[in-house]
Design a protein around this ligand. Structure first.
Ligand code: PHE
Length: 459
């Protein structure tokens, strides 16, 4: 592909990929999963999953992208021309598009909560009313739609600026911002009276809580959190310079993602314990983030106080940044696909994707209000998009990528790429191939079956 842009620096490449990985999953799922599944015991299992599963697949996605210099669908077509493997790439593009549709809705909520926090709108609100505030927001047909529009417009703007002056430049500003806010919030939270109890809740290893389900959950979470299984990182890697060390970059991204996820726990739980709330009752996902936490922050830092305003505003802004950089990576997968496969200018391709995700995002948003009657398997449109992508398509895509990398891809080509044609040593090469051939497909296959409910009888 001629005139294809690359990331200008290695740091830019790492920050962009880390921006994709650090997202809502780090804040609204990881901490609560850790707390409920045995603290440090869960963290250890999670890290093992990253080593055995996440890293091999991430390295493979990087390798496929950088070697082919092509969008995700094109990459598989180039590597396995004339075979059905091209569908793995197409499946990834579709999965990313699905995630993007509902991710933007949540991104819009984070903007709304940033605005509410900044204007001290939570001052004096009784604990019981935070649920209503959230329900009124999501069931409103207009307000979330406007925030969704803003979130989508920002994503669109960055994408249209291109790889270097858009994605890379933006990541170089937003990721350090995200790190600084995370550190500030962590320090602030750890200084609260009673913070040590929150830390103990997160870190005390309790192996008795570890079951087969815990392991499956850790694998699923590692997967989603590292943005694996749909070619997002494969697409970013197609902009890597030939000299980018693949394994080292994958390690950097995984470490950043995990550290931020653990720190999110240190931001959340000290406040929860400070106000004497039962950590098992804070909920997860949206209810944790938009119902429990606004109340927790007000009470922990002083209702309506300047500290509460700053802490809460920064927290939701942090979520917004995390969601935005992930959304950009998802948008880029789809934009690169249609601009390259259908030969159209980048602006036009991006506009088509933006319009489509806005329309379907709107449907997701309205599914909490006027469209709540439309359901399938007891799920509204939002949950259908969420569950279809997260529970079925991501693990399926991940399993196929591992099989492709382990069994189909030429071994010599793999070695050439991983060593940058002999420049870097790769003593772990055999282990990596073993993980790709056996460990990853079996492990992800189990997660897949678990997501479909196959092991429910074990619980
Ligand atoms: N990794 C992101 C998160 O933790 C989600 C994501 C998944 C982003 C897949 C891109 C691709 O929220």
């Amino acid at each position: 592909m001629e005139n294809r842009e690359n990331f200008g620096t290695k740091l830019g490449a790492i920050l962009a990929a880390a921006g994709s990985a650090v997202g809502l999953g780090n804040v609204w799922r990881f901490p609560i999963e850790t707390g409920e599944n045995g603290g440090a015991a869960f963290i250890i299992i999670y890290i093992l999953c990253i080593i055995a599963l996440g890293l091999p697949i991430m390295i493979s996605e990087f390798l496929i992208g950088r070697h082919t210099h092509s969008n995700t669908a094109g990459a598989y077509r180039i590597l396995a021309n004339g075979t059905k493997w091209k569908w793995v790439g197409r499946l990834g593009v579709f999965t990313g598009w699905l995630i993007l549709c509902y991710y933007g809705v949540v991104g819009g909520w984070t903007l709304h909560y940033t605005a509410l926090s900044a204007t001290n709108a939570f001052k004096g609100v009784p604990a019981s009313q935070f649920g209503d505030i959230f329900n009124n927001l999501v069931s409103d047909p207009c307000v979330p739609a406007l925030w969704l529009l803003l979130f989508t417009a920002i994503t669109h703007y960055v994408i249209t600026q291109g790889v270097q002056s858009g994605i890379e430049k933006f990541s170089k500003i937003m990721m350090p911002t995200l790190f600084i806010i995370t550190i500030m919030l962590t320090v602030c939270s750890l200084m609260l009276p009673g913070a040590s109890e929150g830390v103990r809740f997160l870190l005390m290893p309790d192996w008795s809580k570890v079951t087969s389900t815990t392991i499956l959950e850790a694998m699923g979470q590692a997967f989603f959190s590292l943005s694996l299984g749909m070619g997002c990182l494969c697409n970013y890697a197609s902009y890597f310079e030939p000299s980018t060390p693949l394994a080292k970059t994958a390690l950097n991204v995984s470490v950043i993602d995990t550290v931020i996820a653990i720190m999110a726990g240190f931001i959340i739980f000290p406040s929860v314990f400070n106000i004497g709330m039962d950590p098992n009752e804070v909920g997860a996902g949206a209810s944790l983030t938009f119902v429990s936490l606004p109340n927790v922050f007000q009470q922990a830092f002083g209702d309506g106080s300047i500290l509460a305003v700053i802490f809460s505003t920064l927290f939701y802004f942090l979520l917004f940044v995390a969601a935005l950089t992930s959304a950009i990576s998802l948008h880029e997968v789809a934009t690169a696909y249609i601009t390259e496969e259908f030969n159209m200018p980048r602006k036009k391709g991006a506009t088509i994707i933006t319009c489509s995700i806005f329309v379907f995002g709107l449907l997701c948003s309205l599914s909490f209000g006027p469209l709540s009657g439309i359901t399938l398997f007891g799920r509204n449109i939002f949950s259908m998009f969420d569950d279809l992508s997260g529970m079925i398509l991501l693990p399926l895509g991940g399993m196929l990528i591992a099989i492709f990398a382990g069994w189909v891809l030429d071994r010599q080509l793999y070695r050439e790429e991983i060593t940058n044609s002999g420049e870097i040593r790769a003593p772990y090469f055999r282990l990596l191939i073993f993980a790709l051939r056996y460990v990853a497909p079996i492990a992800i296959g189990l997660v897949f079956l678990d997501q479909l409910g196959a092991f429910n009888f074990l619980k």
